[in-house]
Design a protein around this ligand. Structure first.
Ligand code: FES
Length: 257
């Protein structure tokens, strides 16, 4: 029987040409991070730790960069999810248009709450921040496809079609049985004695580099002792080339005097 590692190795080999094609579209390989993560998620149903490590090595960045990027977006699931991921907007425009009632209706119909997956592995439900479709409240995404102006009748129809396997949006790939939730609690993991993937290079698993940690102090020390160099480093992200860096540094000098 093939192991998880063998399965992933085969998947990574199959996706390698597509990943290389994505990387080739950008000037910097790391710019292909998001599309590559989407590609793995489409194939595995979630973004696995193996996928994050694989992307890090393909792109020449640290696993911490990949994990911090993936964990920023509600579009990525870091644990197996249901075949239908229902993400209902709870932003301002949707809330004043009845999102509270829509969310309550979903919870009652599905028998699960925020960040939970149904026992049969069919539905994962989440209440998310603004989906940037504020002109058509109340809205949601199903497997990242938009649905607008929700009503209880629409929800009934939608859920019935998903149960019958006739819904317009294809189900997510599901390579592993989902657990109760796909939410990854960093603190919970650390308190259970496991280092998160992104914290593997820090000095202590209970501190990912804050003020109380040696790596945070080292960074502070660099700021204090080599301020000009550190300013250059952070400014280079905002500008295109070295001459612009010099301009920005010049402006700072000006502002400081
Ligand atoms: S508030 Fe719901 S899309 Fe913006």
């Amino acid at each position: 029987m093939s192991t998880r590692a063998e399965h992933f190795e085969a998947l990574a080999a199959r996706l390698k040409p597509a990943c290389e094609a994505l990387i080739a579209q950008y000037e910097e390989p790391r710019s292909a991070l998001l599309p590559i993560m989407h590609l793995f998620q489409e194939n595995e149903g979630f973004v696995s730790p193996e996928a994050m490590r694989c992307a890090a090595s393909m792109l020449g960045v640290s696993p911490a960069v990949v994990e911090s990027t993936v964990s920023f977006y509600t579009l990525f699931f870091r644990r197996p999810v249901g075949k239908y991921v229902l993400q209902v907007c709870r932003g301002l425009s949707c809330t004043v248009s009845g999102a509270e009632e829509i969310m309550k209706y979903f919870r009652e119909k599905l028998g699960i709450g925020h960040l939970q997956t149904s026992d049969d592995g069919l539905f994962s439900y989440e209440e998310v921040e603004c989906l940037a479709a504020c002109d058509k409240p109340t809205c949601m995404q199903v497997n990242l496809e938009f649905f607008y102006s929700l009503t209880p009748a629409m929800i009934d129809e939608m859920i019935a079609a998903m149960r019958a396997g006739t819904f317009a949006v294809a189900p997510m790939a599901q390579t592993e049985q989902p657990g109760k939730t796909w939410s990854v609690k960093q603190d919970g993991e650390v308190s259970m004695g496991r280092k998160s993937l992104g914290a593997t290079d820090v000095s202590h698993p209970n501190n990912a580099g804050g003020l109380g940690d040696a790596s945070g102090l080292i960074m502070l020390d660099r700021f204090v002792n080599n301020e000009i160099a550190m300013r250059g480093r952070s400014n280079e992200r905002l500008v295109q080339d070295a001459s612009s860096v010099a301009d920005v540094l010049g402006d700072h000098e000006h502002a400081g005097h």
